[in-house]
Ligand binder design. Structure first.
Ligand SMILES: [Zn+2]
Length: 400
């Protein structure tokens, strides 16, 4: 303590000790900051292909200023230094063991596979196995979306091309539709998933059968989510807030143990709706949560309606899905609730980290500064008034 310089010292700026930490520790800190798994948003529009006379969905990024996808955080972080770059690589790349071609055994040869966002204009890395990709559907030039389901191609003016679709989304294992997709009524030709005139879809406002047709084009589909947005009722918003608070009283370890889904975007998290965490025992019986659970049950039923499920005299109703039955049976369907972004959870930490990393390396990192702007939040106060946890990581002497 004798060598502490008390005279004329600037108030502590940044974290000068950080770069002296062993690379392993730096790596761990960067990895914590990445907050996996992420949610990414993509815009889907109909694209007609003259050569095949078929259509599929072309995918586009949400414009940068409005995009709250997790992938928008990764490249700025990777650009901080080599250790951060390697942390981002490890968080997104997967080691795949190449099978021995002839004997079907693992050859022991490993290969790094890096998944990218599913559109051509950007090459950002994502983790296709763990991250969630949420589709937002947009009509352009009044074009209808057409029918997705294999049974209804005959009434499509031109048919949906699931092969072209699969090629774009083959890296994705977890898919969500935002509730925007469920707004127009399924008998309305503004709907993305228009109904061919089924008598009843329970609480669905889109046709679950058409949604199955869309989901069937994801060759590696494992999990399907529907995002519950609060409607205008004040009570519902309050309930969702209470739900998020309850959710985050569980530690990350407990949430992992119970396999509760949490996906992190740039401005908020999306958490799984689970009845055991509900605000009150009655809450899950309220209209909206109950509706969504029932809707997913119906979607699942729909997806299993193939030859194996139907009696011999009804085989003509069977659908030839592309996804093997075993894969469809193993699909997980969940409801997600967006938080309001104010939980004392990772959001605050991550924002703090972004500011902090700028100071550590004494450079203004473009992406990091934009991050604060995108989130429309002020930068955090200077170090000193900031979180004790990060200070300790920066090498503060242990107490006692
Ligand atoms: Zn229908």
């Amino acid at each position: 303590m004798a060598d502490v310089n008390t005279a004329g010292d600037q108030p502590q700026q940044g974290f000068p000790q950080f770069t002296r930490l062993p690379r392993e520790i730096q790596h761990k800190i960067f990895t914590e900051a990445i907050c996996k798994p992420n949610v990414h948003f993509v815009i889907a529009r109909r694209k007609d292909v003259a050569a095949t006379a078929k259509w599929h969905l072309a995918l586009f990024p949400v414009p940068k200023g409005k995009d709250t996808s997790g992938y928008r955080l990764l490249e700025p972080l990777a650009s901080v230094n080599a250790v951060a770059s390697s942390a981002v690589h490890l968080a997104t790349a997967k080691v795949v063991v190449q099978p021995e071609a002839e004997h079907g055994e693992d050859s022991g040869q490993v290969q790094w596979v890096v998944d990218k966002v599913p559109f051509k204009v950007l090459g950002n890395r994502i983790d296709g196995r763990e991250d969630l990709v949420c589709f937002q559907f947009q009509r352009t030039n009044g074009k209808l979306f057409g029918y997705f389901h294999p049974h209804h191609q005959i009434i499509n003016l031109s048919s949906f091309d699931p092969d072209a679709q699969a090629e774009q989304v083959k890296a994705l294992h977890k898919v969500a539709i935002s509730s925007q997709a469920t707004d127009p009524y399924c008998r309305n030709d503004r709907s993305v998933f228009r109904c061919v005139g089924h008598p009843n879809h329970g609480d669905w406002t889109i046709c679950p059968q058409q949604l199955c047709g869309f989901l069937d084009s994801f060759p590696n589909l494992r999990e399907v989510y529907i995002v519950m947005r609060a409607q205008n009722e004040v009570q519902e918003k309050e309930d969702l807030k209470d739900y998020s608070r309850n959710f985050f009283t569980l530690t990350a370890a407990a949430r992992r143990k119970h396999n509760l889904a949490t996906f992190h975007g740039a401005d908020r998290s999306y958490i799984e709706l689970h009845e055991n965490i509900a605000v009150s025992p009655y809450w899950m019986q309220l209209t909206r949560p109950r509706q969504l659970v029932a809707m997913l049950a119906e979607l699942r039923e729909c997806f299993l309606l193939d030859a194996a499920r139907l009696p011999a005299d009804e085989q003509d109703r069977a659908v030839a899905y592309r996804l093997p039955r075993a894969r469809r049976e193993a699909l997980v369907f969940k409801v997600l609730v967006p938080t309001d972004g104010t939980q004392e959870s990772w959001e605050g930490v991550d924002q703090y980290f972004a500011t902090w990393s700028t100071r550590v390396f004494g450079q203004v990192n473009e992406g990091v500064v934009q991050l604060a702007a995108v989130n429309n939040r002020p930068l955090l106060p200077p170090v000193g008034g900031a979180s004790a946890g990060a200070g300790a990581d920066g090498g503060a002497p242990a107490q006692g």
